[in-house]
Design a protein around this ligand. Structure first.
Ligand SMILES: *[C@@H]1O[C@H](CO)[C@@H](O)[C@H](O)[C@H]1NC(C)=O
Ligand SMILES: *[C@@H]1O[C@H](CO)[C@@H](O)[C@H](O)[C@H]1NC(C)=O
Ligand SMILES: [Cu+2]
Length: 590
């Protein structure tokens, strides 16, 4: 990585933050004192009504109101102010039938229009399938066998042979993803605002609904009511690479617009980034992948918002912040699969065209499986909350065509129980569940005796690695926190006011207590998080505004730093231009 060499050459830029919150969050602390965790769902109504605060607005939702004086000239989506609405009026994101031409990046490949065919009648409300329907079991491509894969290939071929005016055609199915991420679909009652299903709490539910109908359309065309979508389980060693059948040029599953150097048997790098090819053995890549999975699924995803993504309501600026798995492996595997010689890394490497690759659906099948794994085996297993109970999430809705070509309105509430949707996952192991990363000795964790820190003010452009001493809230010093309390809360590093170049792939990494971060091997414990965006359609010269949250509790425990007053955070740019509004550490409870 370029940044590694520049830093070891002594150009390491160091910063210092004297308060645990770099910006105006001191007010936050005053308003909601220690006992009231701002993200707690049980936060008392009296505190809420006294302060007029939304439980998510403070530390969960990216309090941009106070945090981003830097937001400025770049031609915003003119939604400033929408965020400041107060009161408890319900604001789910409701998809309207109105669909306009979305914003595609320069050099996009046709078609340039991705709205679905107009429906002759009003959408019908979703109803659950007959509970007597056979339970579809989605299994990994490497497990299901050739016969099943031939069925999937036939389903794709049948979809490809439907006229493009048919919403069940492959052409239209591919366009669904485009319509929901380029601002084509509009919000009901807000024709000026698009629906964006990435970088927020809509990510998992939307893609589940999308796959649900895609799978039923496939089953219908095959005349096989029990047909289940195969999944690309890149998180287990046997699945880490594009399955052979997708690389067969004679197969309907083949897509010529993929990265040629990643054709099988290349082992996938779940931490991949363009220009970031690592010189590692397959065994090293596999080990690293398992550690990335552990971080994204276990230690980094201890609260619903950390896993599912940040709240996004009608009128809000889009892309408030994704959950761990959306950053990686979701984004990273999209980019790894796309053709890096194309400006937008089509097809898989960019939102508007990703659905054109038949590998997209098994890829998202695996993402959906990880949601089930997290929900049922990790969150519930640790007696933590798994779903939001916020009506704005539950009542958000999407419009999709079903297997009978009827337009259906489906809500987030409708997709929370896979059993009711009559599918499940089978035959896939979770080898990463025990892949807890190791700590790295000799990386100069704390300032004392090391390089001195200079004082620099936020916001800061991340042109070089930046090391910041972030104070922990006083609560960390209360060693007598009960075990019960500790089990329910998470110490979270909030990186707010992030402005990333929308016209580029942007990545930076977050290290904890490792001022000599370049000594940390891939997958090391000190690497606590990765920010990675795909190109944002049609936004050259504009910025993606978002935030990031990094869970710290287990990392600090492993580093033996639970008693420290501060945490040393190093932000390391890998690619693209990005500005950081500020950092703070908060305790969250959901
Ligand atoms: C669909 O559901 C909404 C919300 O529950 C309800 O208001 C509406 O009447 C329903 N429409 C139909 C046609 O059942
Ligand atoms: C890549 O790795 C191999 C084997 O570990 C090593 O011999 C080689 O020097 C490395 N190449 C580069 C460019 O780092
Ligand atoms: Cu996606």
């Amino acid at each position: 990585m370029a940044t590694t060499s520049s830093s070891s050459n002594g150009t390491l830029l160091t910063l210092r933050v004297l308060l645990f919150c770099a910006l105006a969050a001191a007010a936050t602390t005053t308003l909601l004192p220690l006992a009231a965790s701002p993200c707690s769902h049980s936060l008392s109504r009296t505190i809420l009504s006294a302060t007029g605060l939304d439980p998510f607005l403070l530390s969960c939702a990216g309090d941009d109101a106070s945090a981003s004086p830097s937001l400025s000239s770049h031609g915003d989506d003119d939604v400033d102010g929408a965020n400041h609405e107060t009161g408890k009026a319900s604001r789910p994101i409701v998809t309207d039938q109105l669909c306009i031409k979305g914003e595609l990046p320069p050099d996009a490949l046709p078609p340039f229009q991705c709205c679905p065919p107009a429906s002759a009648s009003e959408p019908i409300n979703f109803t659950f399938p007959d509970p007597g329907e056979p339970l579809r079991t989605r299994r990994p491509v490497h497990v299901v066998g050739d016969e099943h894969m031939a069925k999937y290939a036939r389903a794709v071929a049948l979809m490809k042979s439907l006229p493009v005016s048919d919403p069940r055609s492959f052409y239209q199915q591919a366009n669904v993803h485009c319509a929901y991420c380029t601002g084509a679909h509009r919000q009901a009652g807000r024709p000026d605002m698009g629906v964006q299903i990435h970088f927020s709490w809509l990510f998992f539910p939307f893609h589940r609904a999308y796959l649900y109908f895609f799978e039923r359309i496939a089953a219908k065309l095959l005349g096989d009511p029990g047909f289940a979508l195969p999944i690309w389980s890149w998180d287990v060693p046997e699945g880490m690479g594009i399955p052979e059948v997708f690389a067969d040029v004679a197969s309907p599953l083949y897509d010529p617009i993929r990265e040629p150097s990643h054709a099988p048997p290349k082992v996938a790098d779940l931490d991949f980034f363009l220009q970031g090819e690592k010189n590692l053995t397959d065994q090293e890549v596999i080990l690293h992948n398992l550690r990335v999975m552990y971080r994204q699924m276990v230690s980094g995803a201890t609260l619903p918002s950390l896993f599912l993504g940040q709240p996004y309501r009608a009128g809000d600026a889009e892309m408030p912040g994704p959950g761990t798995v959306e950053w990686a492996p979701h984004n990273t595997m999209h980019t790894w699969t796309g053709d890096s010689s194309r400006p937008n890394a089509e097809n898989m490497g960019v939102y508007y065209s990703a659905g054109r690759d038949p590998l997209f659906y098994p890829h998202h099948g695996n993402i959906d499986r990880l949601w089930e794994t997290w929900r049922n085996d990790i969150a519930v297993g640790r007696r933590r909350r798994a779903d939001f109970d916020d009506p704005d999430w539950l009542d958000s809705s999407f419009l999709l065509y079903d297997e009978e070509a009827r337009l259906v309105r489906i809500t987030v509430r409708d997709v929370l129980d896979a059993d009711k949707l009559r599918y499940t996952y089978g035959d896939v192991a979770v080898p990463w569940l025990t892949a807890r990363p190791h700590i790295t000795p000799g990386v100069n964790p704390k300032p004392k005796g090391g390089l001195p820190l200079e004082s620099v003010r936020f916001p800061v452009s991340l042109d070089a690695a930046a090391t910041v001493e972030v104070r922990r809230p006083p609560r960390a010093q209360q060693l007598r926190r009960s075990l019960e309390e500790k089990a329910q809360e998470e110490e979270v590093l909030v990186i707010e006011g992030i402005e990333a170049d929308a016209g580029d792939f942007v990545r930076f990494d977050v290290y904890v207590n490792a001022r000599e971060y370049y000594k940390v091997p891939v997958g090391g414990r000190e690497m606590a998080g990765t920010f990675a965006t795909l190109k944002h359609p049609g936004k050259e010269g504009m910025v993606v505004r978002t935030s990031m949250r990094v869970a710290l509790s287990e990392v600090l425990e492993d580093l033996g730093a639970q008693g420290d007053e501060s945490v040393t955070v190093t932000l390391v740019p890998v690619r693209g231009k990005v500005r950081i509004g500020g950092l703070k550490i908060v305790y969250m409870e959901e």
